[in-house]
Write a protein that binds this ligand. Structure first.
Ligand code: FPP
Length: 255
């Protein structure tokens, strides 16, 4: 059931595949192990991981991907040592300070998904400002999942529905969809997890219902443009049935 990325890349995979997913989501895992394997501190792994994110955002724009969702900090990541939590907070702040202009100039619209209330007020403000500043950009929507958890998102959606006083018999999948942090966006077509872990770790639980998964042993700092291209080729070879059988499928389904 789980398909692990083949460790081969052929000449043909340097070209774009015929089917490009609209929405790609990534669990950027393995920064710490990347650093450890090189005898470096974890901070260096996160620094390289951040640098790599810049390349991947650029590649997504180049490949015509419309939406990129990245798992930057989970609701469970608060349990890490305080110093590392502070570092991850600082990384987001630094990315917003240093990269916002370039992201904006490249047509990237930044959105935040998750809960802001536990985040320091000055960082909350920067996140809100970055989202507002880039809100009219259309080339790539970058969803930054920060203090995000899939179960928490579902609970939050239900709370909001109850608060709105919507009667139970009017609650359906379409309504719940609207109340998710990603409300209004199409579900992810492809979810990538780096570093060899075969879990979804509370990421996009609702939205992932029909996503294709791609697991690769490559650590996040090494998951470069070519690796992304390999993932897109693998996606392009998959048949998405959405619960149907092969004979029912037309070319349009899953496009
Ligand atoms: C996983 O590595 C990565 C994270 C917890 C998120 C860090 C992501 C970045 C530095 C990229 C850019 C970040 C932002 C905020 C835009 P890990 O520490 O879990 O690695 P390990 O499993 O090998 O220890």
């Amino acid at each position: 059931m789980v398909v692990v990325a083949p460790d081969v890349s052929s000449q043909s995979e340097t070209l774009l595949p015929p089917r490009i997913p609209r929405h790609v989501a990534i669990i950027m895992d393995g920064n710490g192990r990347w650093a450890k394997a090189r005898g470096l501190p974890r901070t260096e792994g996160h620094r390289q991981g951040t640098e790599n994110l810049r390349q991947i955002i650029r590649a997504c724009v180049e490949f015509g991907i419309e939406i990129l969702t990245i798992y930057a900090f989970s609701t469970e990541n608060w349990q890490r040592p305080p110093l590392e939590v502070r570092l991850l907070m600082n990384i987001l702040e630094m990315v917003l300070d240093r990269e916002l202009r370039e992201l904006h100039d490249n047509g990237v619209q930044i959105r935040h998904i998750g809960k802001l209330d536990q985040v320091a007020p000055h960082l909350q403000r920067k996140i809100r400002e970055a989202c507002a500043y880039t809100r009219d950009n259309r080339r790539l929507i970058l969803n930054v999942a920060f203090n995000y958890g899939g179960r928490d998102e579902i609970v939050h959606a239900v709370q909001e529905i109850v608060r709105s006083g919507i009667p139970a018999d009017q609650i359906d999948e379409a309504l719940l969809n609207q109340y998710m942090y990603t409300g209004g966006l199409p579900d992810p077509d492809l979810i990538i997890r780096t570093s060899g872990e075969l879990r979804i770790s509370n990421f996009l639980l609702w939205q992932a219902a029909y996503a294709e998964y791609y697991f690769t042993p490559v650590y996040w700092p090494d998951f470069d443009r070519e690796q992304l291209l390999q993932a897109l080729h693998e996606y392009s070879r998959r048949t998405r049935r959405f619960g149907q059988i092969d004979e029912q499928l037309t070319d349009e389904i899953g496009e």
